[in-house]
Design a protein around this ligand. Structure first.
Ligand SMILES: NC(=O)c1ccc[n+]([C@@H]2O[C@H](COP(=O)([O-])OP(=O)(O)OC[C@H]3O[C@@H](n4cnc5c(N)ncnc54)[C@H](OP(=O)(O)O)[C@@H]3O)[C@@H](O)[C@H]2O)c1
Length: 325
């Protein structure tokens, strides 16, 4: 089996940990011996075993190759170092997707393996893994969460009808998909306008649930929102940069910004968005509907923001367009 195929197995395995592992990285591992897959494993909930430990359970890995999407850890955190487990298992080769940007690792895991006489290769499926682990990498490198901005829009780019109603622009299948994005996010943010207009629950109600519901964050500069006695809700008037710094300190890897148009305009104007998800419903709302952004001023075509199209999919009557900024 070539390295790309082995790493593809590890990559697919990592996807299974995307909701449960944060604030730890979601990592996958595949153990291959003499061209045959011996086992696979992915990271458990934070505090539980890492991908390598799960993959090494109950197998004889002597002389095998371990494919791991992220560099194995070499420090004692809540669990012992994965490098020790790989050395003890006598694997002969470790293929790593990317070096761990966490300063407690950053190359030391690969050094420990090499010092134990294990052949180490790095950089297989690197670009895909960088995208897969985008939120983890951003939080470790910048101290801020990866920002996903999501909006449901009509065909003519409206986020609400002229009377402020917006439920629902997208169809049910799309809304279930949006719950998956919520499940992958450590926090969900709305502006006070949306909170007053829609009273959104901002929790995960469909599909796989995270160990803890995302933190609910409401931006309210003028005290429009009454105090909510709930440990999982924060009402704040921080500027966006300070808010991102604060959420990063709380180990939020991904922040989902769910509107509305005034808040979206601020995030885009300050260049704070990493990923843009547009759910385009089969609906026209006309000139008087609320636009996607309110307050974002772009004087000429050449100054337009140019997100890069990543993928398109559809759920019954809604198209999901996924962009990277
Ligand atoms: N289609 C969709 O996906 C979608 C999603 C959400 C909402 N909506 C619709 O959008 C409408 C509400 O949108 P909206 O534009 O009126 O309100 P909004 O964007 O939800 O909230 C804007 C308000 O948030 C507060 N705020 C605090 N800090 C801010 C900052 N840094 N930048 C921007 N705002 C900040 C400000 O009010 P204070 O100064 O009073 O604090 C501001 O007026 C509703 O009709 C809702 O149904 C649609």
């Amino acid at each position: 089996m070539n390295d790309c195929l082995g790493m593809r197995l590890a990559y697919d395995e990592a996807q299974k940990a995307r909701v449960q592992a944060p604030p730890n990285p979601w990592v996958g591992c595949a153990i291959i011996k003499e061209g045959k897959l011996l086992s696979k494993g992915h990271s458990a909930q934070a505090g539980g075993p890492h991908a390598e430990i799960n993959a090494l359970k109950n197998i004889d890995a002597e002389g095998a190759t371990a494919f791991v999407t992220l560099e194995p850890c070499s420090h004692h955190g809540k669990t012992p170092p994965c490098t020790d487990a790989l050395i003890r298992a006598k694997v002969s080769r470790v293929v790593v997707g990317i070096e761990d940007p966490d300063p407690r690792v950053s190359g030391s895991g690969m050094r420990a393996l090499k010092e134990a006489g294990i052949d180490v290769a790095v950089g297989v499926l690197e670009n895909e893994i960088i995208q897969q682990l985008g939120p983890y990498i951003k939080q470790r490198k910048t101290g801020r969460p990866y920002v996903v901005l999501k909006s449901a829009l009509s065909i003519d780019g409206r986020a609400a009808a002229s009377d402020g109603t917006s439920q629902w622009i997208s169809s049910e299948g799309a809304r279930i998909h949006a719950h998956r994005i919520r499940a992958e996010s450590g926090a969900i943010l709305v502006g006070s306008g949306t909170f007053v207009a829609d009273n959104p629950k901002l929790n995960v109600r469909h599909g796989e649930c995270p160990p803890k519901q995302p933190l609910r964050v409401i931006l309210d500069r003028s005290g429009r929102i009454p105090d909510i006695p709930d440990d999982n809700t924060v009402i704040t008037n921080l500027g966006l940069s300070d808010l991102l710094d604060d959420l990063g300190k709380r180990e939020i890897l991904q922040l989902l910004v769910e509107g509305g148009p005034t808040l979206h305009a601020s995030f885009l104007a300050e260049n704070l968005v990493d990923r843009l998800l547009i759910y385009q419903g089969s609906l026209l709302l006309g000139d008087s509907g609320t636009p996607f952004t309110k307050g974002l001023s772009i004087p000429t075509l050449s100054s337009g923001l140019k997100p890069k199209l990543d993928s398109v999919q559809h759920f019954d009557q809604t198209i999901l367009i996924d962009y990277r900024m």
